[in-house]
Design a protein around this ligand. Structure first.
Ligand code: G4P
Length: 528
């Protein structure tokens, strides 16, 4: 392979899945192939030890879930791979969504027995909104699962994406014998007694008699050939453009726990996945292959890793140019210069200092409180990247402070947590008494909010659950908006004074949409 330059070689992606599909297992195997870890199992262990100091992370430990997400990096075959880790539990937060804005592609991991599950669907929507390529890995083929054709249909019906199987399984569960690579015409044989000893046979095609020799089960081989023929005749054609635009997802099959199919997936994926992609900004498209200056945006802020200090780490996705430790950049929103000095780190294998990094990389910046989600840092001519959207919370509470005298600290704490993106704060609109409403994507954030306000700001709060499940940002012709504002109940404003309506259920939402056909209801704050 010709040597790629620093930017060409970057691949930055996130794994989207529902809990238990095998994300941790797959991540560990990928890191193993990259030589980044020596033994599987260290990803979970690493997470625990890293946050051992943190107080509110106790919640995470007690529940055995990951509240925060970090970045893992490794080298493979000349590629510099960055995996953006996304929290895997039901109680995931808006951070999970925002992390996807820093990725150039996504790997969608699906349990062969369960198909597309709730969390995958939500995360997929965000990827779809961004139009990034999505690669599908169907996992746990060593167990009996659903028919692959069935799963392909489900991808189309539930997610609206067509698919192209890059490989095709031969058998499943007890009869799982291997996966045929349709692109390279290779057969990867599965040996249940020793899954790690993977035998790869080069075939001339599915009719190659070597296939019959390798798999001693006539029925299975016949079925495989039939299915492959059906795919060739009735399946979608492979179309690179559609893959690039996220309209066609290449599917891979395997068993992450036995490393089966993982390397094949990794190699194909790295070739097909994009190098760092252009981003929109106030000065138009910023293309990392054309724009020489350094630029990046903050997509996540992680606070209070160590309760002894109020330190925060702001995660920056580099969008162009080269980062060098100690460099001075413009913090565009506040119009000041910022020296990215000593404490700049990758949060990768270990929290080590980073000397240089390139477009596609993620760096962690220690921040005393200057940065907020969506901020742009640049060298040279100042511009700002498009605003980072807010996503519809799913849980809502009315919030009040218990002791009125602490109002100042309370407001400060709320402001801080809103800037970090831990919560969204709304105000009631047109009500006699203005109330504050907190919205979160995962209910765990309420506990985090209570805990952090008490520990960091010494404020006790009262949260009262409200029955809403959806927030929609609303926009449309002025006259219609005025009518809507007068008549519609449950209106609030977000921190930028945009009108948002809260609904308890889909029925209520549909009714409002039908009643005001001229208005548009957005699932995120990207109100056009
Ligand atoms: P997650 O991060 O997506 O939540 O999933 P994780 O990797 O923790 O995997 C969830 C469970 O599924 C684990 O079992 C894991 O071993 C299992 N698993 C992952 N990949 C495969 C696979 O290819 N085949 C089979 N059969 N199982 C798989 P567990 O019993 O919950 O935990 P553990 O004690 O085995 O770690």
């Amino acid at each position: 392979m010709t040597k790629m330059n620093e930017i060409e070689s970057r691949r930055t992606f996130a794994i989207i899945s529902h809990p238990d599909a095998g994300k941790t297992t797959l991540t560990e195997k990928l890191l193993l192939f990259g030589g980044a870890i020596r033994e599987a199992g260290t990803v979970k262990g690493r997470k625990n030890s890293k946050h051992a100091m943190s107080d509110w992370m106790e919640i995470e430990k007690q529940r055995g879930i990951s509240v925060t997400s970090s970045v893992l990096e490794f080298l493979y075959d000349g590629y510099h791979v960055n995996i953006l880790d996304t929290p895997g539990h039901q109680d995931f937060s808006e951070d999970t969504y925002r992390t996807l804005t820093a990725a150039d592609s996504a790997t969608m991991l699906i349990d062969v027995a369960k198909g597309v599950e709730a969390q995958t669907k939500k995360l997929f929507k965000v990827c779809k909104m961004r139009g990034i390529p999505i690669f599908t890995f169907i996992n746990k083929l060593d167990r009996q699962g659903r028919d692959p054709f069935d799963l392909m249909e489900e991808l189309e019906n539930l997610l609206g994406i067509r698919s192209y199987p890059m490989g095709w399984p031969i058998g499943m569960g007890q009869s799982f014998s291997g996966v045929y690579d349709r692109m390279e015409k290779k057969l990867e044989l599965y040996n249940p007694d020793n899954p790690k000893a993977i035998d790869i046979i080069q075939l001339t095609g599915p009719d190659d008699p070597k296939l019959d020799e390798a798999i001693n089960d006539e029925g299975l081989v016949a079925q495989f050939r039939e299915e492959l023929e059906l795919l060739d005749v009735a399946g979608d054609d492979y179309d690179v453009e559609k893959v690039k635009n996220g309209e066609l997802t290449p599917i891979f099959f395997g068993s992450a726990v036995s490393s089966f199919g993982v390397q094949t997936f990794l190699e194909h994926m790295l070739k097909l996945a994009p190098a760092p992609t252009p981003r929109m900004s106030t000065k138009g498209v910023v293309n990392p292959f054309e724009h020489q200056g350094f630029s990046g945006f903050i997509f996540k802020i992680q606070a209070n890793m160590n309760p002894a200090h109020r330190d925060r780490i702001a995660f920056l996705r580099i969008t162009s140019g080269k980062f060098e430790r100690g460099m001075t950049v413009k913090h565009v929103r506040i119009g000041k210069n910022l020296k990215l000095a000593q404490p700049t780190q990758f949060l990768a294998q270990s929290r080590s200092l980073v000397e240089e990094a390139y477009a596609g990389d993620i760096i962690g910046l220690f921040d005393p409180g200057n940065l907020r989600i969506g901020d742009t840092l640049v060298t040279g001519e100042a511009f700002e990247f498009d605003e980072m959207p807010h996503f519809s919370p799913e849980h809502f509470c009315a919030i009040t402070v218990k002791e009125a005298l602490k109002h100042k600290s309370y407001e400060k704490g709320l402001h801080q947590l809103t800037e970090e993106g831990a919560i969204q704060l709304f105000k009631t609109f047109n009500s006699y008494v203005e109330k504050q409403i907190v919205g979160v994507v995962g209910v765990l954030q309420f506990e985090v909010l209570e805990h952090r306000l008490k520990n960091e700001y010494h404020v006790d709060i009262q949260l009262e659950r409200l029955p809403y499940s959806f927030a929609r940002w609303v926009n449309g012709p002025v006259k219609e908006m005025e009518k809507f504002k007068k008549a519609q109940r449950n209106l609030v404003t977000d921190r930028d004074e945009r009108i948002v309506v809260l609904f308890e259920n889909e029925f209520q939402m549909r009714t409002a949409m039908d009643k005001y056909p001229e208005l548009r209801f957005y699932e995120n704050s990207f109100v056009k």
